[in-house]
Write a new protein. Structure first.
Lengths: 496, 991
């Protein structure tokens, strides 16, 4: 029996990969039906892509297997699912139907979260106009973002199969509706590692006052080694858990202690010969470097005034604006995957704070300028070309007005709609100034070029230099991958 | 109490097992298993899949042939895709009489050989676009196999019952301490290797103490052991192991292992991830492990404790193992979708935890490699599809579990009495409802509602029924009126039948149910005046419903007669009038059904279809004053009161639905619950031994399933469990893929050792974990030093050959508990509700604001309890555990990965708990009378259990001096730095 010359976490990962690949060499098949589904879920004959990180650093930087357009990702997730019909998907015909009873054909066979009985149609709540050379429609809620549409590719026909927030958010970030699977950021850092040895490769920033409901599951490493899970950084308080020394312990003292610790551990290493000990020494050193690097990266006070004005940032606050500026700083420092979550977009009309005619307005104000600033800033630093910026919710909203409990509600809102939502991408090799997919006359469902989340995932992976079907990991008897078991396609049309 | 029950329980198990054996010997002749059974009957120890079998002489199907088929053929001719209706997963599709691919004894006449040797590329298998031709060696193996008779050796090794292997002869007999060592040494000698020396006694002591109890040894343990070793090393070791196995810490340590398997958490998961009170189950696991409950009994109770005769509180509590599944409390979720998800999870977890098989694949299609067919998944799911629980926030059904374990016995007796009394009362009353002769039809039914819910009446089979149209609004009152038969002189009861909107499809695709919050019966005279006809009692069609149906009579309560969230079948209630109503010549009967319950912020639970009937039978009125029934009602109330008097906590458990309300189980096409195919009956896969035999016509229940899992004939249960024990001790299982014993998993490194341990576990150990563990930890194999050359580490990084002792990082629980223990902070208080040790600021932001994390003050021992008692919230895992690879327990986690990250370093260096440990340890060192050197030595010894050498002491003293130089406030920072360093030593974090 021979053993791979691998160590530590990489050893376990590698061993699993090896066991699985040597066991199964799948033959390419032109199968149809169920078999095809399953076969497609397996690496369809190609070799599995196995990232081979160095022995002492499971996040060592690696080139992707294919030519990549994007080096890093900034993902802006508006938690709660913003209404596409009030922002990007302009539907004049819906305006004409405003207040009319919803045709039964829309209701048959549909499952709703809250709509009861026969609801009424709800026209767009804000005026739209065309912008840029590309003439993209954007509502008056996002005036500053609207000036960037020529850098943006809109996908109007995103679809998901989940109509509740928790499962749908998991679908966006892990490709599965249940907790326990790796998030995109984990896949990416597993595949590419990170070039900055002083910062985590996958950082999560939250705003909006509340956590997403499934919490850490959205940035979990799932069955991948835990080193690839997202690290939540905070713009108030300790930026990373336990990053600060305990009270009274100085950096110098810590250095002394670590020097002594390393000496003692090196002795263990010589005595036992266990390579894991050397890895541990290296990880303690990285932790020490992180103690300086993370607070520095997270401290925006050293940004010039015009930058603060551009983003609308206020140092010391937890805000989406601060997080956008942080995202740029982290991107500059080569953090691989930066995930922002902003809470408060669930516009049912059940409360003032989230209603389309109330709270939604201030949510739009909170994000419009920072997003525009982020795009401007990345562009002026020549970073937009290899930084993929993604904006999305977890599903769309209905063209019907919500009538929870079968009655008219005090505020205006829309229910969950998995059939169509808008996601946009900018930079990172995406074709700017384009729109992909078209919804029906009322924006309820895809009319052409429907894009299930797995196709978006496949596209994103392709931009980062991976073939989504060979980048997989054996778990529970299946070659697991971000795109799941159903066949996924890369949207070549959106790639520049 | 647990211990006392063992004997009786074991005799039940024994009986069952004997029955199973009889069945096997007498009846079992399925094609696939036959050869395996024969091989065992002729007395030859069978060692499937062994590395020793020589390819040149006898070809072994599972070892030599199956890998070739798996590699080259099954992608197209497997379980999922069966091109040309050929599958190499199933014997009967390959060999005669039904198969036509192989002619046993005649290679040249076998299509298999013809096709792989075919020179015409159009015909050759595999086709060139699918892969290269088979190698000459592979072809030669196939040829020899066919020539030797194409014996399909019962398929994959893991699906064949383990047989006790012969203990192999080894050269260095003196090295071996028990049979385990002979198996290990044989493999080493065959590979030209020698075992490592014994670990130093204190290293062995630390290893075995951490392994068995999850805690480090104390200095007095050390002293005692070293004294005893000097007299008789072997006796000293055994005494230590016996002491550790008897320590209650044993149950706490191994409960963690089991809770990973059954995905235990104190929160509900998906959606809002709210708090779930289910910790009594965790305490049950700890108690069962400490009592060394045999694993067969442990299994049966968890899968089907509720179906045992006269189940005790513990039996019922054990079934919570399958109530820790995720619940979706988010508004607007489909209850049935997530109920089904929980059933699926129970099936997958049962297969993972007990069988080490990735049965989850079979949810969507037949297993690609293993002989499990698609419909067999749903046959298995049928065992779990008829529990009462649905995806409810309330977690019903729950068991009132006494807080004090001493009350369990009393509560057990009361619970069984209550169940009998409720059943007796129901059996006395139900016939009145259920006798058609008692009821007469109404005519001219009219229906209206008080809101936007639309309603109409139609004739169905000569009887008027009302039903709603389209979706329904909240708080709907349905007013029904009808004329009663002219001949009717008195009215004594009204029968309400509440139905699904579409009774035909609801049986397979259940609908949202109803709750009758309030019901009124009235008589409307010609002038429209309503006379109230008071209802005294509801008699319904279920003995122990979630809601008390009598609440329908209480206008202050929203509860009452209900199908609750889902309805499959028509449900009935008799509304018995307080006194007979003399029916006037004119006027109409009016019944008002009020519905006030909507769930998940969205779904109204209202009666969507229904009918009325009336009775003139005085029997109903008599029922109200029937003395025997009144006595039964009083009995029920009295028992409920007695149960209520015991301080209890409500714990979710499994309970079976009444027979007449059982859900049918269907195959889901592609695993989707909305597309149901054929109906199936409960059963286990054909390719494994059959269920225990049952009387003619009786369908197998979860109890038979549990007995099947816990049977000696089940080829997987014992192997999977001993492999799990092995893996926790050595870091890697004998089967490294603990989660997959199937043909795509890794073969065992020591197949005979695995079978030895498994058979011994079932027989000599009587399924007792402690006996199994004792033999392993007393082996020379386990006692080896972990020191090895760089070359040895490189050659065998995962230590699969076992040429050295185990060395790997401690689990997250052990990392924390050890720090608390060596610093003297650890509380050994056992059991009870989850605790909330200090947590870094900003972590605890639950979705539900009411879910608090109250950190106990430093003078409260709950701050320093063992890790197993920490509140486990799925969406916010305790940071220290998450950093050290503890799973967040959404699913069964067969094994944990072990990572090595900077976040672990930050946790160990800066976390509040570790900070308190370092301070306490420093205090402890400073309290040692003597020089600074002696104090530092004491700390080192306390933490590592070994004497520091001079260089180590010198380094630590130097650190102390450098750090202390600036001390001004009387705090000895130097000592705290030393303490912190000691807690971070590699040899402390490693076993």
């Amino acid at each position: 029996m021979s053993f791979p010359n691998r160590l530590s976490v990489s050893a376990e990962t590698f061993l699993r990969q090896l066991q699985s690949t040597t066991r199964r060499h799948f033959l390419q098949g032109s199968a149809t039906g169920l078999g095809a589904l399953w076969l497609a879920s397996q690496a369809s004959g190609s070799e599995r892509h196995v990232p081979e990180h160095t022995a002492d650093n499971p996040q060592s930087p690696l080139p992707p297997p294919l030519p990549a357009k994007a080096k890093r990702v900034i993902f802006l997730h508006m938690i709660g699912a913003p209404s596409q019909l009030e922002l990007f998907d302009y539907k004049p015909e819906l305006k004409a139907l405003d207040g009319k009873e919803c045709p039964q054909s829309f209701l048959e066979g549909k499952r709703f979260a809250f709509i009861q009985g026969t609801p009424r149609m709800l026209g767009p709540q804000y005026p739209f106009a065309q912008h840029g050379d590309s003439g993209a429609w954007v509502s008056d809620r996002l005036p500053e973002f609207a000036q960037h549409v020529d850098d943006v590719c809109f996908i109007k026909t995103m679809q998901t199969d989940q109509f509740n927030h928790g499962p749908a958010q998991l679908m966006v970030h892990t490709g599965q509706a249940r907790m326990g699977y790796p998030s995109i950021g984990s896949w990416v850092t597993y595949g590419l590692g990170t070039e900055n040895t002083d910062l985590p490769g996958f950082i999560v920033l939250l705003s909006g006052g509340r956590q997403p409901r499934v919490g850490k599951a959205l940035w979990s490493g799932g069955f991948l080694p835990s080193v690839y899970q997202g690290v939540q950084c905070r713009s108030t308080g300790e930026p990373v858990l336990n990053i600060a020394n305990p009270n009274g312990v100085t950096r110098n003292e810590r250095r002394q202690m670590l020097d002594t610790l390393s000496r003692l551990n090196e002795r263990s290493s010589r005595e036992f010969g266990d390579p894991e000990t050397l890895t541990r020494i290296a990880q303690y050193e990285m932790a020490f470097r992180m103690q300086t690097a993370v607070p520095q990266a997270m401290d925006i006070t050293d940004e010039p005034k015009h930058i603060h004005e551009m983003y609308g940032t206020e140092p010391g606050k937890q805000s989406f604006a601060n997080n956008c500026l942080l995202a740029r700083r982290l991107a500059e420092k080569d953090v691989r995957y930066i995930q922002l979550f902003d809470w408060g977009w669930d516009s049912h009309g059940a409360a003032k704070s989230e209603a389309l005619n109330e709270g939604f307005k201030s949510k739009c104000q909170q994000v419009d300028r920072p997003i525009a600033a982020l795009l401007t800033d990345l562009k002026q630093r020549d970073m937009l070309k290899d930084t993929l910026v993604v904006w999305s919710g977890e599903f769309g909203r209905t063209p019907m007005r919500e009538n929870r409990g079968g009655t008219e509600m005090k505020f205006v809102g829309r229910d969950h709609n998995p059939g169509a939502f808008t996601l946009w991408m900018a930079g990172g090799g995406v074709k700017g100034g384009t729109t992909y997919g078209e919804t029906d006359a009322v924006g309820y469902s895809a009319a052409e070029n429907a894009v299930p989340l797995r196709d978006f995932h496949a596209t994103m992976m392709r931009l980062l230099g991976f073939a989504h079907d060979t980048f997989n990991y054996p778990f529970q008897g299946l070659d697991q991958k971000l795109t799941g078991v159903k066949p996924a396609r890369v949207l070549e049309d959106v790639i520049a | 109490m647990i211990v006392d029950d063992h004997r009786a329980f074991r005799s039940i198990c024994r009986l069952t097992r004997r029955q199973v054996c009889r069945v096997l010997r007498g009846l079992l002749l399925p094609v696939i298993l036959l050869p395996g059974v024969c091989a065992s009957d002729d007395g030859q120890p069978k060692t499937s899949g062994t590395a020793e079998a020589s390819a040149a002489q006898t070809i072994d199907f599972s070892q030599h042939v199956q890998p070739i088929l798996n590699k080259h053929c099954v992608a197209c001719h497997g379980g999922v895709k069966q091109a040309g209706e050929v599958s190499f997963v199933y014997r009967d599709q390959v060999l005669p009489p039904d198969g036509w691919i192989v002619e046993p004894g005649d290679p040249d006449a076998s299509i298999l050989l013809q096709r792989v040797l075919e020179t015409d590329l159009e015909l050759r298998m595999p086709p060139p676009e699918h892969g290269a031709a088979l190698s000459a060696e592979d072809v030669s193996v196939l040829r020899q196999w066919i020539a030797q008779g194409a014996v399909w050796e019962g398929g994959h090794w893991a699906y064949t019952r383990p047989q006790m292997p012969k203990i192999p002869a080894v050269k260095d007999v003196l090295w071996t301490r028990n049979p385990i060592d002979a198996f290990v040494l044989k493999r080493l000698e065959d590979s030209g290797l020698t075992p490592s020396a014994s670990a130093e006694p204190v290293r062995w002591l630390r290893r075995v103490t951490l392994d068995l109890t999850g805690l480090p040894p104390t200095l007095s343990d050390r002293h005692e052991f070293l004294t005893a070793v000097a007299v008789d090393e072997s006796a000293a070791r055994e005494a230590v192991v016996d002491r550790l196995l008897a320590d209650p810490a044993f149950g706490e340590r191994w409960a963690s292992v089991w809770l990973d398997q059954v995905r235990y958490a104190d929160s509900r998961g998906l959606g809002a991830d709210g708090r779930r009170t289910i910790w009594k189950y965790r305490d049950w696991v700890i108690a069962a492990l400490n009592a060394d409950m045999p694993f067969d009994e442990f299994t049966i109770k968890q899968i089907a404790g509720d179906l045992l005769p006269a189940p005790t509180i513990e039996d019922l509590l054990a079934t919570a193992a399958h109530r820790v599944t995720q619940t979706n409390e988010e508004g607007g979720t489909d209850d049935e979708e997530f109920r089904v998800a929980a059933v699926v999870d129970r099936v997958n977890t049962t297969w993972q935890a007990w069988q080490g098989v990735t049965f989850g694949c079979v949810q969507c299609h037949s297993h690609p490699y293993d002989p499990f067919r698609h419909e067999e998944y749903y046959q298995f799911a049928a065992f779990f599809n008829n529990t009462q629980d649905v995806d409810l926030n309330e977690d019903w059904p729950v068991l009132k579990t006494p807080l004090n374990v001493a009350d369990y016995e009393k509560a057990s007796a009361l619970q069984s009495r209550l169940q009998q009394q409720q059943q007796a009362l129901w059996e006395a009353e139900y016939p009145f409802l259920n006798t058609p002769d008692h009821w007469q039809k109404v005519a001219d039914l009219q229906a209206s509602t008080n809101n936007r819910t639309r309603i109409t009446v139609e004739q169905v089979d000569g009887e008027p029924q009302f039903h709603t149209i389209d979706t329904v609004s909240r708080n709907t009152d349905i007013t029904l009126s009808a004329s009663v038969p002219n001949s009717m002189e008195q009215l004594t009861a009204v029968r309400l039948t509440a139905m699904p909107l579409d009774p035909k499809t609801a049986v397979r695709d259940s609908e949202w149910g109803f709750v009758l919050s309030h019901v009124q019966v009235q008589w409307i005279d010609d002038t429209g005046n309503a006379v109230e006809l008071p209802v005294s009692r509801l008699v319904i069609d279920e003995p122990a419903p979630f809601y008390n149906p009598q609440d329908s009579l209480n206008p202050k309560s929203n509860r009452g007669f209900a199908a609750y969230t889902r309805i499959h079948y028509p449900r009935q209630a008799a509304l018995v009038l307080k006194q007979p109503f003399e029916v006037p010549d004119t006027g109409r009967l009016q019944v008002v059904l009020k519905h006030r319950v909507h769930i998940l912020a969205s779904f109204s639970l209202i009666t969507r279809r229904g009918a009325l009937a009336v009775s003139a039978d005085s029997a109903f009125t008599d029922l109200l004053s029937d003395e025997s029934i009144l006595a039964l009602r009083a009995d029920v109330a009295a028992t409920q009161k007695q149960i209520g008097a015991i301080k209890s906590v409500a714990i979710p458990v499994l309970a079976e639905r009444p027979r007449h309300l059982q859900r049918p189980t269907h195959v889901f096409e592609r695993g989707l619950f909305l597309t149901k195919a054929q109906k199936v009956q409960a059963g286990t896969p054909q390719s494994l031994p059959p269920l225990p035999s049952l009387p003619e016509g009786q369908a197998p229940s979860r109890l038979q399933l549990a007995q099947w899992l816990a049977s000696e004939d089940n080829p997987l249960t014992a192997r999977v469990m001993v492999n799990r024990l092995w893996a926790r001790l050595f870091g890697t299982g004998l089967v490294a893929t603990e989660e997959d014993f199937g043909s795509s998993g890794e073969p065992p490194s020591h197949p005979q050792l695995l079978d030895y341990l498994a058979v011994k576990f079932q027989t000599r150990d009587q399924w007792r974990l402690k006996a199994a563990l004792k033999e392993i930890v007393l082996s020379a194999t386990y006692g080896q030093t972990a020191k090895a050359t760089a070359q040895a580490w490189q050659n065998d990084p995962a230590n699969r050959l076992l040429a050295r002792g185990p060395r790997f990082r401690l689990s997250s629980e052990m990392v924390r508990d050890q720090a608390l223990a060596v610093s003297g902070l650890l509380s050994r208080k056992m059991n009870g509700p989850p605790v909330h040790p200090p947590i870094p600021a900003g972590v605890w932001k639950p979705f539900q604001g009411g879910d608090k994390w109250p950190v106990p003050k430093p003078d409260n021992e709950d701050r320093y309890r063992r890790s197993i008692y920490t509140y486990t919230k799925r969406s916010i895992p305790y940071p220290m555990f998450a950093a050290f690879d503890a799973p967040s327990r959404e699913f069964c986690t067969p094994r944990r990965l072990r990572s090595n990250t900077p976040l672990q370093a930050l946790m160990m260096l800066n976390d509040q708990t570790l900070e308190e440990c370092a301070a306490a340890l420093a205090e402890q060192m400073l309290s040692v009378k003597g020089s600074l050197r002696q104090q530092v030595r004491h700390g080192f010894l306390q933490v590592t259990l070994r004497e520091p050498d001079d260089a180590e002491i010198a380094d630590l003293l130097k650190l102390h001096d450098v750090v202390s130089s600036g001390d001004e406030d009387g705090v000895d920072r130097g000592m705290q730095a030393v303490a912190r360093l000691l807690l971070n030593l590699d040899e402390v974090l490693m076993k």
